[in-house]
Design a protein around this ligand. Structure first.
Ligand code: NDP
Length: 332
């Protein structure tokens, strides 16, 4: 008799807690041995409730593991020039090892055709670019330089897969469909998975055959159905349906979308791009939303901050103990 499929739920919250515990031990060692306390500075402009909540979450997570987290909050009506000046001041502090600018930036900064986002992001010193968004960091990534700081969400996807025991063989030669082509998720994850497996580059998860889709793709369903792994990063709830998924596929849902829900106090709930409930019986591995890729993104931000602090102080980058992480995840 055939058994009902029982998918592995890739629990990003628990995995993040396991990795962050290890990061906390690394930070304690850095402090004890070298007197080094990694510092993460966040520049926040404006009063978007979502942005405030994101940066507060990052600061709290940093502080919990002993990283010094600081938020520099300015009103939405400051000028681009003033914002750039503040960014310079922040990243020139001796205790700042990593800096990030919370997006989006004020609309008025992009008036008259100015690409404010590019200007601000590229004003970040590459050694402190813990989001991995500068052109220089992207250059490192797309030329396969292991030493660059890599964007947190793609690395969070790889880390979650690895923590759950998906090894090189689970990716090598497999068909991967990435839905989305942003420079922060879609493009980097395509590149990382399609390159040779290298521990210090893509955590050994490479050699995949990657198909990248966008909003103009014809027959998204066919590309998804052909794939052993689907990574969706679009911001469209329910885009990936059950009839688009091959049985046993690995489903990584990056999307975070609000859908109205009168049953919730706040009037909405968060869902991903993948129709979770419908797809669940067919999935081999699947990430929930919330509690999937989101917490892993923050974890990789913390790890990037530690890496940046070490590099700036001439110290070797501390590696993660994957055997221990996999062992703890297996016990969950
Ligand atoms: P972008 O808006 O920059 O990119 C979205 C991409 O999805 C675009 O390339 C777009 O195509 C593509 N797309 C949109 N509709 C379709 C469609 N119907 N079929 C195929 N492709 C489509 O978004 P981001 O990459 O910044 O973020 C994507 C989602 O991930 C959002 O929900 C965001 O909130 C979430 N996110 C979550 C993170 C986390 O940590 N969990 C981190 C970062 C993002 P085109 O280029 O043609 O417009």
């Amino acid at each position: 008799m055939s058994q009902p499929n029982s998918p592995v739920i890739l629990n990003g919250s628990k995995c993040a807690a396991v990795i962050q515990e290890q990061l906390g031990e690394i930070v304690a060692r850095l402090k004890g041995t070298h007197g080094l306390i990694p510092g993460l500075d966040v520049l926040l402009i404006g009063d978007s409730a979502a942005s405030i909540s994101y940066v507060t979450g990052k600061k709290k997570a940093a502080e919990k593991i002993g990283i010094s987290g600081r938020i520099h909050h300015y009103p939405a009506d400051i000028t681009l020039a003033y914002g750039l000046e503040k960014l310079e001041e922040i990243q020139n502090q001796s205790d700042c090892n990593g800096v990030l600018v919370q997006l989006p930036l004020p609309d008025m900064w992009s008036a008259d055709g100015v690409d404010a986002e590019r200007r601000v992001i590229d004003a970040i010193q590459v050694a402190k670019d813990v989001d991995g968004f500068t052109l220089a960091s992207q250059g490192h990534l797309f030329s396969n330089h292991p030493e660059g700081l890599k964007p947190c969400t793609p690395m969070g996807i790889l880390a979650l897969m690895k923590a759950y025991g998906l090894k090189t063989e689970a990716v090598r030669g497999k068909n991967v469909c990435v839905v989305g082509r942003s420079h922060i998720v879609g493009n980097p994850i395509c590149h990382l998975l399609s390159q040779k497996p290298q521990e210090d580059f893509n955590l050994g998860l490479g050699d995949a055959t990657v198909t990248q889709c966008n909003s103009r793709t014809k027959d998204l369903a066919r590309h998804c159905l052909d794939s052993d792994i689907i990574i969706s990063a679009t911001g469209y709830p329910g885009l990936v349906r059950a009839d688009m998924v091959k049985p046993g596929a690995v489903l990584m849902d990056v999307g975070v979308n609000r859908v109205e829900d009168s049953g919730k106090k706040r009037g909405y709930r968060l869902v991903g791009d993948i129709d979770y409930e419908a797809v669940l019986p067919k999935a081999g591995y699947i990430t929930p939303v919330p509690g999937g890729i989101g917490p892993m993104t923050i974890t990789m931000l913390l790890y990037n901050t530690i890496q940046a602090a070490c590099l700036q102080n001439g110290l070797a980058i501390p590696g993660l103990d994957w055997a221990d992480i996999q062992c703890k995840i297996a016990e969950i």
